[in-house]
Design a protein around this ligand. Structure first.
Ligand SMILES: [Zn+2]
Length: 75
């Protein structure tokens, strides 16, 4: 019983606009409709950026490999 309460409290943050208790997965405060600082949207943005960088590295490596293979074929 006590564990579930602590678990719940872990996700409770104070709204920067009205100071009421809101859950950290919320992007907008249900009381004042103010934007909340903490949210999964920020995290997903970073993840998306990382995925994009990794994709570009893979594409770049693939392009270099193809160029090398073409050059080796010609010569
Ligand atoms: Zn609020």
């Amino acid at each position: 019983m006590k564990k579930s309460i602590t678990n719940y409290e872990k996700h409770v943050i104070k709204c920067p606009s009205c100071g009421k208790d809101v859950l950290d997965h919320m992007a907008i405060c249900p009381y004042c409709q103010g934007k909340l600082q903490v949210g999964y949207s920020e995290l997903s943005k970073k993840t998306k950026k990382t995925v994009k960088i990794v994709l570009w590295i893979i594409l770049g490596a693939l392009a270099v490999t193809l160029i090398i293979l073409k050059v080796l074929d010609i010569f």
